[in-house]
Design a protein around this ligand. Structure first.
Ligand code: NAP
Length: 283
């Protein structure tokens, strides 16, 4: 029995060169889960284009992937801007001749009480998570349709399955991502565009540590700011498979969906969470 905390799961599962010749665009691919996805896709042979706002994220990710001999490039993009999204995606397709995989991973998030959530705060998160996912998917559609197919994988979450205090903006946006995934899957199947989503469980990235620091006195548990010991205790008690997730856990599912094994899979929302949300649903 192997354990993915010590052995890279893809080393036993995905063959080298699995994605040779493919072009993948990963939004928010310079940090956290997106970086894990970008790295694995590049290791499997894809040319990965990472798109996000901050040059420091883009440059660091590009340097780390290309230093290992893999193919990547970066482009500055705010997914809230539909015209810029269209321009960037058109440019990527012109440069590389195709786009096989779009990973909608960019998101913004923070704790905020719904009663006082400002219109701008609501708008910012919904625009990045939901509108951005739609803008990128719509922009990549004509390219994938023309080349005879493609794959879209969006990053959702599980918190909206039951509701999560202080996250009205993000949970509403991700519920929209789930709905969009199912609708686009059916609408674009004739063009052989497979549209799926992944719902990660708790993965202690820097981004999520910041987002999940609840306001003092809110009564919401501060899981990530807690000591390592308390995090280990949460993993034991709150996550049936007994550990926190890693970006690689999510990336493995993306690689599977991008591979020929994902050929007949569309409209799915794949929970990758060690069983966490189901266990929370128990009385
Ligand atoms: P993260 O590191 O903060 O990732 C968010 C990424 O989105 C960053 O790379 C950021 O890059 C990019 N981004 C933010 N706003 C953008 C914009 N307007 N345009 C383009 N890019 C933008 O957090 P993460 O934990 O890896 O999360 C990645 C995805 O997984 C998100 O969709 C999140 O909702 C989902 N998720 C995470 C968890 C978890 O426990 N970590 C659980 C469930 C779901 P720039 O700052 O450079 O723009």
């Amino acid at each position: 029995m192997t354990d993915s905390t010590t052995t890279p799961a893809h080393a036993q599962v995905f063959r080298p060169g699995l994605l040779d010749g493919q072009v993948a665009l990963v939004t928010g691919g310079g940090t956290g889960i997106g970086l894990g996805i970008s790295e694995l896709l590049a290791e499997l042979g894809a040319h990965v284009v990472i798109a996000s706002r901050k040059p420091e994220h883009l440059e660091a990710a590009l340097a780390s992937i290309t230093a290992r001999g893999y193919k990547a490039s970066v482009v500055q993009l705010d997914v809230r801007d539909p015209e810029r999204v269209k321009q960037v995606i058109t440019d990527v397709a012109e440069t590389h001749g195709r786009i096989d995989l779009l990973v909608n991973n960019a998101a913004g998030n923070f704790y905020a009480p719904s009663a006082t959530l400002s219109p701008n705060a609501w708008k910012a998160v919904v625009e990045i998570d939901l509108y951005g996912t739609f803008y990128c998917s719509q922009a990549v559609y004509p390219i994938m349709a023309k080349q005879g197919g493609g794959r879209i994988v969006s990053t959702s979450m599980t918190l909206h399955y039951r509701g999560w205090p202080l996250m009205a903006h993000a949970t509403a946006a991700k519920a929209g991502v789930d709905a969009l995934t199912k609708t686009l899957a059916v609408e674009w199947a004739p063009q052989r565009i497979r549209v799926n989503a992944i719902a990660p469980g708790p993965i202690p990235t820097e981004g999520v540590r910041k987002a999940f620091t609840p306001p003092a006195d809110s009564g919401v548990p501060d899981l990530f700011a807690a000591a390592e010991e308390r995090m280990a205790e949460y993993a034991r008690k709150g996550i049936p498979l007994g550990r926190w997730g890693s970006p690689r856990d999510v990336a493995n599912m993306v690689a599977f969906l991008a591979s020929p094994a994902g050929d007949w899979i569309t409209g799915g929302i794949f929970v990758v969470d060690g069983g966490e949300w189901l266990a929370k649903a128990q009385p």
